[in-house]
Structures are given as C-alpha cells and as structure tokens.
Design a protein around this ligand. Structure first.
Ligand code: SF4
Length: 359
C-alpha cells in the first residue's frame, strides 16, 4: 500500500477520499484499514475509493490499477511506499497555496482575516505532529521501498533530516519536493548518500515574478540552489502551477527549464483550478491574443527539445489551456480583491494591472 501521511491525518493513498485522525502506525494496524483491505481483496469498493471506481467504470486507468501493476500483493501486508507531510511548516507563502500547507500563509490568514479567500482558519498556525509522524515513519523503514517527502517545506522541518539521515544506507527510493530555498550543506551531505534520489522543484516563474508569486523567494538564492540540485546525481523535475499571475511570464520559465536540461530531467505543469479565482481564465479578453502567443511559444520550445517525451504532460496541459482561454471568461472580481489585499499586506505590487482598463 502507498500510505498517505498528512499533517494531521492519514489515509491509504493520495486518491482516497476519507481521512483518519489516527497516527500513521495506529491506522496501519486499525480495523478501519483491515476492512478496506478486505473489501478490495473481495471485489467490493470501499467508500473512499470512489475516484478509482469512477475511472475504472469509465474505462480509464486508475491509481489502483497502476499500483497493482507496479507492486506485487504481499502475503503479509507491508508498508512499502509512503507519501509523507510532517507539518505545514513553510518559509514561503505562495499565492496559490493555503494555510494547511504553509504556516506562513496560516499566520497571515489569522492576522489579516483572509478567510473569504481560503475558506477556513486554523486554530494553530503550525499543524505540527512531526515528532509523532517521524516515530511512526521510522517503524516502517525495514520494509520501505519508496518514500516521498512534501510539505510544508520538508527542508525547513527538523524531522525530515532525522528520517533522511537514517535512510542514507538503505535501498529506498527517495523523492523530495522542495521550493529550493534552503539547500544547505546538511541537505547536500545527506542526499549525496542516497542511491535512488528524485527531486521535484516547485517553480512557477523565474526572476522578479517568482519573488512576487512564490512569496519568500529570493530569486538569486533559489537560482543558485537549483544549480546545486542539478549537480547532484539524481533525477530532477520542475513542477509549475499555472495561475493568472504566472501565465504572462511562462515563456521565461520555459526558457529557463530548457536552458538547464540534462539527463533524467523533466517538467510538469498544472492549471490552477483551486482556488478558482487564480485560474488564468480570469485574465481579460484583450490580453488573450498575447497570452496565446506565450503558450504557443512554450509549446514550440518544449516540442523542439530532445527531451520532448519528458515534457508530454506540460504540452498537453498547455494545449488544453489554449482551448480554455479561447472560450472561458471567469469573473475577475475575487482575483482583484485577493491581489489588492495581499499586495497591501506584503507591500508588493502586481505588475499586470494594466491588462485591465478599469483597475
Ligand atoms: S513552498 Fe509549497 S508549501 Fe510553501 S507556500 Fe509554496 S506551495 Fe505552499
């Protein structure tokens, strides 16, 4: 099983729709999970498996099917793959992120009452069960084949290093998603000993727009750290969320990705559907021709690369976005409100106000 360990919940996999508040290890030994396992083995669909059920009923490949192909079913259940978030501790406050993933956003939300945008407020800005989670993760190490660290920002969390330093001599595939702002000597030393390492760098723009969109970014530091990551003996992937903020600057990001190409390297992109007020389709009609040119440029650059196969999803996402921009016009009111409010709090200035005549 691919156990999903959230900041304050756990579930059998990332697609499962029901969350348990038990600790990871309690959940692993629980009747709740035993029933899910048993239902799946006897051909019944547990309630939380509705995403896979719907996909399979529509003849699309589900995560369940892909996992069954990748892993054998052991006679004794074992944790072989975990996807872990120790806490929401993060040094960034990216525009498309939210309090449960970033303590910095949570703090801002509490101080400035931004619930109308995030839809909730956390009691404590730090959702921190990291010690308990690390204890439980340690118990899984003997059977573990793959571990995925995301955040908050893993490199900002002490327990990430506690676990990382315990797996350097093991044959475990390690995947880390990072904002690339804290690539320290300690980090480099620990990861240099890992045999199967994959690093995903979250990056929505380069230069000044990166500092605006992914608040907390000092571009010169992030750029330098990306070079340190690229020098490691590992596979690297750039992961970008396309929002109304980042789309006008996407050509520069794609140039950066192409310029830094090397072996075992790729990129992935997602259109920001949640929160919907940051979707690129809030951008005004008069900007669409230029935005379509930006997208065409990106598609061309990615398609002409020798690494085109590693950009397939980006290219498909960009083609889909082009279609969406040609016919969808979302209300921009909340986007403007959110932008004005955050700009005031953060003392920033949105550089594309001139796309609108009335802003
Ligand atoms: S770095 Fe990641 S966790 Fe932190 S605010 Fe940005 S998107 Fe959220």
């Amino acid at each position: 099983m691919h156990q999903f360990i959230g900041q304050n919940f756990t579930k059998p996999c990332c697609e499962f729709t029901e969350e348990s508040s038990q600790t990871p290890n309690q959940y692993w030994h629980s009747n709740e999970l035993a029933k899910i396992r048993n239902d799946l083995l006897t051909g019944k669909w547990p309630i939380g498996c509705k995403t896979c059920k719907t996909l399979e009923e529509n003849n699309s490949k589900s995560l369940r099917q892909r996992s069954c192909e990748e892993y054998t079913i052991p006679s004794q259940p074992q944790v072989k793959y975990i996807d872990v978030r120790f806490s929401n501790k993060c040094n960034f406050a990216c525009r498309s992120c939210e309090p449960i993933f970033s303590s910095r956003i949570s703090k801002e939300n509490s101080l400035h009452n931004l619930e109308e945008f995030y839809g909730y407020k956390l009691d404590k800005n730090y959702v921190n069960n990291s010690k308990q989670i690390a204890n439980d993760v340690e118990k899984y190490l003997p059977t573990l084949e793959k571990i995925m660290f995301t955040g908050g920002e893993p490199t900002y969390i002490e327990e990430f290093y506690t676990i990382l330093e315990k797996i350097t001599d093991k044959d475990i595939q390690v995947c880390i998603t990072t904002n690339a702002s804290l690539i320290s000597k300690r980090f480099l030393k620990a990861v240099s000993k890992i045999k199967k390492l994959h690093i995903t760098i979250s990056l929505d723009a380069v230069g000044q727009p990166a500092e605006y969109i992914r608040y907390g970014t000092v571009w010169s530091t992030v750029e330098e750290n990306i070079q340190k990551i690229l020098k490691l003996n590992c596979s690297v992937m750039f992961n970008s969320v396309i929002t109304a903020y980042s789309l006008p600057h996407l050509d520069k990001l794609v140039d950066f990705i192409i310029e830094n190409e090397q072996n075992e390297y790729g990129a992935d992109m997602y259109i920001c559907n949640n929160p919907s007020h940051l979707h690129p389709c809030v951008l005004p009609k008069k900007s669409r021709i230029r935005l379509t040119e930006v997208i065409n440029y990106c598609i061309l650059k990615l398609t002409n690369s020798i690494r085109v196969e590693d950009y397939r999803n980006c290219i498909d996402v960009l083609k889909d976005l082009k279609v969406q921009l040609s016919k969808n016009f979302y209300d921009e009111k909340k986007f403007k409100l959110f932008t004005d409010k955050l700009d005031k709090i953060r003392n920033q200035k949105y550089d594309n106000r001139n796309l609108w005549t009335n802003w």
